[in-house]
Design a protein around this ligand. Structure first.
Ligand code: GLU
Length: 431
């Protein structure tokens, strides 16, 4: 059903990078606007001059776009609307609902009143005004207080629904009093429980990071991060976990926002990211990975390596380490691989078998993984050893690792020359 009158907003303060919790707020507002055919307004709450920074603003806007969100109106900058706030504050002064304290304009909170909020997530929440002190509307420096500017802007941009974090619940009764005093209708409120770390503590670096940019740098895909964030507080139903923004927009409803605290689980995000990577077509994934690497290898070779590893990666940044042996000859040798190699080389028969395997490989013309496997199995048989006794030392020799992609496929991609050279190296310079 199209409800064209729905208007929501995202109102970040450019006093820090885009927090995952804020990104989730932006996401839910956007989903609601897209679901209802409504309007998503972007407002920048930049009245705190000393803490607001252009670099934060740029990054917030970039990160919102990176996540796949777009806005229909704005950005509206509060710093450009000071006159408006002053006008409204003066109205309240004239109506004797506010008073002056020096240059500051203060709202007189009526005593012993109950302010009710019908929160779409939490239901009815009541506050007694005796617990609320008089509220600054305009500070002595001529700038508005957050609660006041927020109400004026939400009113002037005809916001119908405010979806934001629970940390703003305590602001809501103050804002309700301003709506009432100005005789303007209040929007609907939906406060979402904050996103916490898996251990229930406030989200912090040790849970994997707090800002969207950290995850971007770590090599998470925007679709995967957006998908994960929307599962933290909402569910598409039927235990579905992988869902595109477009599809989520079709299904989303504020009424289904969860009132249970969401727990951020980096392992789940890594899993989801891995799923998105494995489902990407290899060419696009390779392009993305190449843009993050300094490799100048030709695209065909690069794509072959990506194809080999795409099901094993959980983040883009893991690629460099995992595939180091495909791009340089002096790759790292892991302790585990070295141990395995030593173990097999101690056996004279196995040593001979590896030499023979190397010789047979040299004779191969096609060097396909199928042919390499055949040679491996034949050699193992000839020397009466298990194929694993050839595979383990070979893997160590060509990759410096004891795990990785399929060994024969790896050998094919690396190419005959490199493989032979690395196998021969075992005997000239043991690992
Ligand atoms: N600037 C506030 C924040 O970043 C917005 C609060 C609101 O959505 O009303 O938390």
């Amino acid at each position: 059903m199209i409800q064209n009158n729905i208007r929501v907003r995202f109102a970040p303060s450019p006093t820090g990078y885009l927090h995952l919790g804020s990104a989730r707020t932006a996401l839910f507002n956007w989903l609601y606007a897209r679901h209802t055919g409504g309007v998503f307004v972007l407002r920048i709450e930049d009245t705190d001059k000393s803490r607001s920074k252009k670099e934060y603003l740029d990054e917030i806007l970039e990160d919102i776009k990176w996540l796949g969100l777009d806005w229909d109106e704005g950005p509206i900058f509060q710093s450009e609307r000071i006159k408006k706030y002053t006008e409204y504050a003066t109205k309240l002064l004239d109506a004797k609902l506010a008073y002056r304290e020096g240059e500051a304009i203060i709202f007189k909170v009526p005593p012993s009143r109950v302010v009710k909020i019908n929160d779409m997530v939490h239901g009815e929440i009541c506050f007694n005004t005796d617990q609320i002190k008089d509220q600054v509307l305009m500070k002595s420096d001529g700038l508005p207080a957050y609660n006041f500017a927020c109400v004026i802007d939400d009113h002037e941009t005809n916001i119908t629904h405010i979806i934001r974090g629970d940390d703003h619940i305590s602001n809501t009764p103050k804002q309700m009093l301003f709506y009432e005093a100005l005789a303007i209708p209040a929007p609907c409120f939906a406060h979402m429980p904050l996103m916490m770390g898996k251990d229930g503590a406030k989200l912090s670096k040790r849970h994997g990071g707090v800002s969207v940019s950290e995850y971007k740098r770590e090599g998470f895909l925007p679709d995967a991060l957006a998908n994960y964030l929307l599962l933290l507080g909402w569910s598409p139903g039927e235990e579905r976990e992988i869902i595109s923004l477009e599809e989520a927009a079709g299904l989303f409803d504020v009424k289904n926002l969860s009132n249970v605290q969401a727990k951020f689980d980096i392992d789940k995000l890594r899993w989801l990211n891995g799923e998105y990577m494995r489902n990407m077509d290899t060419k696009s994934l390779a392009k993305l990975l190449k843009s993050r690497s300094s490799s100048e290898t030709d695209n065909t070779y690069f794509e072959k390596v990506v194809e080999l590893y795409k099901t094993r990666l959980k983040t883009l940044s893991e690629f460099t380490d995992m595939t180091e042996n495909f791009f340089k000859d002096d790759f790292k040798i892991e302790e585990d691989a070295k141990k395995k190699m030593d173990k097999f080389l101690k056996d004279e028969n196995t040593k001979k078998a590896i030499m023979d395997f190397t010789k047979e490989l040299e004779k191969s013309n096609t060097f396909t993984h199928g042919e390499i496997e055949n040679i491996c199995r034949k050699t193992a048989k000839k020397f009466n050893i298990k194929a694993a006794s050839l595979i383990h030392p070979t893997r160590a020799a060509i990759s410096g690792r004891s795990t990785g992609a399929g060994i024969f496929e790896m050998m094919e991609v690396l190419g005959k020359e490199r493989v032979i050279e690395r196998l021969k190296r075992i005997f000239s310079h043991p690992l």
